[in-house]
Design a protein around this ligand. Structure first.
Ligand code: ACO
Length: 276
């Protein structure tokens, strides 16, 4: 496709308003090399600015999500090169957490096959996660003598309860996509052959929403988690006013008049009719 950029280790595909960013080293189960971190930083920057992209789906090529950091290229190859190591770590953190968490459009992690170690961080940083029931998750770091570093340990405690986080980090025991859904580590698990279809159902629903409302809602949910009730109340009032003032679609006004005057929509059943 000629209107999307090419990267060595990340493939980009469009499906309507949804853009797939695909970790693309299938022969290495999509283990993350330093180049992949650089490519993902650039791919997310591109998707953020790309007007046709309303929703981003992050996934992996060849039937697996990601086998974690590339043990050869990310770790061993930079052992004696502190500068290269620092650069790789910075890029790794930048896209797997900072860019994804602050991404202004909805993001969905679609997880087939293996997801190990450092591959957990972007799953958690995405707004939503849908796994294949038979996907295999593993915090395998303990199995080769390290801790879930690079923010993984912190990230898992954002979405797993304390017992599960300790259990799976300390034992290194694998768990399935179905178990991940039971733990609410992912939103849901579906049969592998329906993974894309089910992900697209969510993506299409998100595409139809007001982009400004989606963005401000994401930001609000994320930010209030670290606030007191009093701070949250004040922040959310300001945030709502900011949304009403900044929304190019003027969604709130439209929704009010469609509900109150035209009686053409009910917010309990879906979004107001968008004309832009
Ligand atoms: N780093 C580097 N290379 C990897 C990685 C990795 N994390 N994972 C897989 N590969 C490579 C394999 O070495 C192999 O390369 P080769 O063809 O040159 O020999 C290729 O990918 C295919 O992998 P296989 O092991 O042959 O595939 P298999 O289906 O038998 O096993 C599995 C897949 C279970 C994912 C296995 O490769 C594995 O355990 N990988 C390591 C997973 C892991 O612990 N990741 C966490 C790393 S730590 C961290 O992220 C902080």
């Amino acid at each position: 496709m000629d209107d999307v950029p090419n990267f060595e280790t990340v493939k980009i595909e469009r499906d309507g308003g949804t853009t797939f960013l695909i970790l693309n080293r299938p022969e290495k189960k999509n283990a993350m090399s330093p180049q992949m971190h650089i490519d993902m930083c650039a791919a997310l920057d591109w998707a953020e600015d790309d007007e046709a992209t309303k929703v981003v789906v992050l996934t992996g090529a060849g039937g697996n999500f990601c086998a974690g950091q590339d043990l050869k290229l990310f770790f061993r190859a930079t052992e004696d090169d502190p500068k290269a190591r620092r650069r790789s770590r910075r890029a790794a953190h930048e896209w797997r957490w900072n860019k994804l968490v602050a991404f202004p459009k909805a993001t969905i992690a679609m997880v087939p096959g293996y997801c190990f170690g450092g591959g957990f961080t972007p799953v958690i940083a995405c707004d939503f996660a849908i796994a294949a029931e038979d996907a295999t998750f593993g915090l395998s770091e303990v199995n080769w003598g390290i801790i879930p570093g690079g923010l993984v340990a912190w990230a898992v405690t954002q979405v797993m309860n304390y017992r599960d986080a300790l259990y799976y980090s300390v034992t290194g025991e694998k768990f399935s996509g179905a178990t991940a859904a039971q733990m609410k580590f992912v939103n849901k698990a579906v049969p592998n052959d329906r993974l894309r279809e089910e992900t697209m159902v969510l993506a299409r629903a998100l595409e139809a929403k007001s982009p400004a409302a989606v963005r401000y809602t994401k930001e609000a949910i994320r930010t209030v988690r670290g606030m007191s009730k009093e701070q949250a109340l004040d922040f959310l009032d300001c945030k709502n006013d900011a949304l009403i003032a900044a929304d190019p679609e003027r969604g709130r006004g439209k929704a009010l008049s469609q509900f109150l005057d035209d009686k053409s929509f009910k917010p309990g059943h879906g979004s107001f009719e968008r004309t832009t």
